[in-house]
Design a binder for this molecule. Structure first.
Ligand SMILES: [Zn+2]
Length: 92
């Protein structure tokens, strides 16, 4: 994923824009290795959807295996990422 993508659609709020699902074929080996080791991998900096530049991460959902691009929610030690397919299922 190119970091310019993180700064697209400035009229949208962070909550509307994230999480973004990343197709499995688009996830590089480097991201896969980092996620296996650390649980997340840095994608870039979003400077338009937040009041301050925010780091955006790629992670793999433990429940459904989907790859999601999201910012960190919550506060330590209760930080988490959202999953687009799992959120859609909860709403349905
Ligand atoms: Zn999921």
């Amino acid at each position: 994923m190119k970091s310019e993508m993180l700064n697209a659609y400035p009229e949208m709020s962070a909550g509307q824009y994230y999480p973004m699902r990343m197709p499995s074929v688009a996830v590089s080996l480097l991201h896969r290795v980092r996620i296996r080791m650390f649980g997340m991998s840095k994608v870039g900096l979003d400077e338009v959807h937040f009041s301050a530049p925010t780091t955006i991460w790629l992670s793999e959902c433990r429940a459904c295996g989907a790859w999601n691009v999201d910012y960190i929610h919550g506060f330590w030690p209760n930080e988490y990422f959202n999953c687009k397919p799992c959120m859609a299922q909860k709403e349905a």
